[in-house]
Design a binder for this molecule. Structure first.
Ligand SMILES: Cc1cc2nc3c(=O)[nH]c(=O)nc-3n(C[C@H](O)[C@H](O)[C@H](O)COP(=O)(O)O)c2cc1C
Length: 389
C-alpha cells in the first residue's frame, strides 16, 4: 500500500497520543519496527504556535522516520494554514484529527465532534489537501454515537476529497474509551473505499493484531496505548504476522537499556526540569508492563513502591540511576553510561542503533562526562530549540 510516495507492506503504525508521542518516543518506536509514527496534535490556532508546547511539537530534528504531523481544529482555512505551516517545518505527511474525544478539543467542535457535520468535514479535507503538496491522512472514530455511526460516509467523503489513508478507531465519540472497540464498522469502511485503511483500538498484542487484520481486512494497524512502556510491540506484531511465532518478551536488562536511553532522550529534548517530570509516566508504564502485569502481588507492590520513590526525584542523574538499579540490580551503574561510538544522528549525541531483525535495540548510552551533568540550557525557553547542550 502507498501513502503518497511512501510504500508500506502491512504497516504497523504508532497512533498520535497527546503527551506521549513526542519526538523521543516516536524515534524509539521507529527503532523498534514502527512503520510510521504520528506526532502529537498541533493546534490550528495560530496564536498558540509560539508556545513552548507547540514549538516542541514542531521540532523534528533528528526524527528517524517519516514525519507525520497531526493537526487539530475546526476552521477549514485555519487548518489549511496549519498544514502549510507544519509542512514548512518538515512535515512529510499531514494527518487531520477527527478522532479525539477530549473535551478541550471537542468544546470547539474539533476532533471527533466534527463527524457530526459531514459538510464541514468535506470542506476541511479539501481545504487542507489543496493547501499542501504532501499526502494528507485522516483519523476518525466510527461515528458520533451508537445511533450515528457514519464512518462509512465520512470515509467516502475523505476519499472523494483527496485523503490518502484513513485510520479508524473502533469506538464512537460518545464511547470515549469505554467498552471494547468494535471492528465491524472498520471492515465496512475498508470495503467501501479504495484508499488504505488502518484499524485502531484495543490492539494489545500480536495475536489480537492478527485477529483484527483478519476481521477488518485493513491495510495496516495503528497501535496506541499498547505501545506505552512497550515499544517492542511493533516488532513483536510484525514477527508474528510473518513467522506465526511469538518473540519472547524483552528481559529486564533489555528494558533497562532501552528505558535509560529513552530517559536521556527526554532530558535532551525537554531539558532536565521538564524531562524528569515527563519521564515519570513513561517509567510507570514500563513498570506496569514489566512487573505489575505478572499477576504476582509481590511484584506489583515492589514496582508500586519503586514508582512512588522515583516520582519524588527531580534530578535526571538520580532518576536514571534508580531506574538502572531497579530494572537491572546486577548491572554496574557505571556500565550504563559507557563511552560510545560517534553519534550517527547529527542532532543527537545519543546513539541508538536499532536492530530491526529482533526488537532489541543496540544501545550506547553516553558517558558520565555528559550525564549526570544537568543541562544549563533551558530548551523550553529557547526560541530556536537548539536541543544540543
Ligand atoms: C493519552 C492519549 C492521547 C491521545 N491523543 C490523541 C491525539 O492527539 N489525536 C488523536 O487523533 N487521537 C489521540 N488519542 C487516541 C489514540 O490515537 C487512539 O485512537 C486510541 O488510544 C485507541 O487506540 P488504542 O486502543 O490502541 O490506544 C489519544 C489517546 C491517548 C490514550
Amino acid at each position: 500500500m502507498n501513502i503518497g510516495q511512501y510504500t508500506f507492506n502491512t504497516p504497523i503504525i504508532l497512533a498520535p497520543m497527546a503527551g506521549v508521542t513526542d519526538r523521543p518516543f516516536r524515534n524509539l518506536c521507529y527503532q523498534l519496527g514502527a512503520d510510521l509514527c504520528v506526532s502529537e496534535m498541533v493546534t490550528s490556532e495560530k496564536h498558540l504556535w509560539d508556545t513552548r508546547k507547540t514549538k516542541l511539537r514542531l521540532n523534528h530534528k533528528g526524527e528517524q522516520g517519516i514525519r507525520s504531523v497531526q493537526i487539530a481544529g475546526t476552521d477549514p482555512a485555519k487548518l489549511a494554514a496549519a498544514a502549510q505551516f507544519n509542512m514548512h517545518h518538515g512535515a512529510q505527511i499531514i494527518d487531520i484529527n477527527m478522532g479525539c474525544p477530549a473535551k478541550k478539543v471537542c468544546n470547539v467542535l474539533a476532533g471527533s465532534a466534527l463527524l457530526k457535520n459531514e459538510t464541514l468535514v468535506a470542506e476541511i479535507i479539501s481545504s487542507v489537501v489543496n493547501a499542501v503538496d504532501v499526502p494528507v491522512t485522516l483519523k476518525i472514530r466510527t461515528g458520533w454515537d451508537q445511533y450515528n455511526r457514519n464512518a462509512v460516509n465520512i470515509a467516502k467523503i475523505a476519499e472523494q476529497n483527496g485523503i490518502q489513508a484513513l485510520s479508524v478507531h473502533g469506538r464512537t465519540r460518545a464511547d470515549a474509551y469505554q467498552g471494547e472497540a468494535e471492528y465491524e464498522t472498520i471492515a465496512a469502511v475498508k470495503s467501501a473505499v479504495a484508499i488504505p485503511v488502518f484499524a485502531n483500538g484495543d490492539i494489545t498484542d500480536p495475536k489480537k493484531a492478527k485477529a483484527v487484520l483478519e476481521a477488518t481486512n485493513a491495510d495496516g494497524l495503528m497501535i496506541g496505548r499498547a505501545a506505552q512502556g512497550n515499544p517492542w510491540i511493533f516488532n513483536q506484531i510484525k514477527h508474528y504476522l510473518t513467522e506465526n511465532t511469538l518473540l519472547s518478551p524483552p528481559d529486564n536488562t533489555e528494558v533497562c537499556q532501552l528505558l535509560t536511553t529513552h530517559l536521556q532522550h527526554l532530558y535532551d529534548f525537554y531539558g532536565e526540569h521538564a524531562g524528569v517530570r515527563i519521564a515519570r509516566k513513561h517509567i510507570g508504564w514500563y513498570l506496569k508492563n514489566q512487573f505489575a502485569k505478572t499477576g504476582d502481588d509481590k511484584d506489583r507492590q515492589h514496582s508500586e513502591s519503586f514508582r512512588r520513590q522515583v516520582n519524588q526525584v527531580d534530578e535526571a542523574s538520580i532518576q536514571l540511576e534508580l531506574v538502572s538499579e531497579f530494572f537491572n540490580p546486577n548491572l554496574d551503574p557505571a556500565n550504563t553510561r559507557t563511552h560510545m561510538a560517534p553519534a550517527t544522528d547529527p542532532y543527537n549525541d545519543i546513539n541508538i542503533l536499532g536492530n530491526h531483525n529482533k526488537y532489541s535495540a543496540q544501545i550506547f548510552i553516553r558517558s558520565t562526562t555528559q550525564y549526570p551533568t544537568p543541562c544549563k540550557h533551558d530548551h523550553l525557553q529557547d526560541p530556536d530549540f537548539n536541543i544540543n547542550c
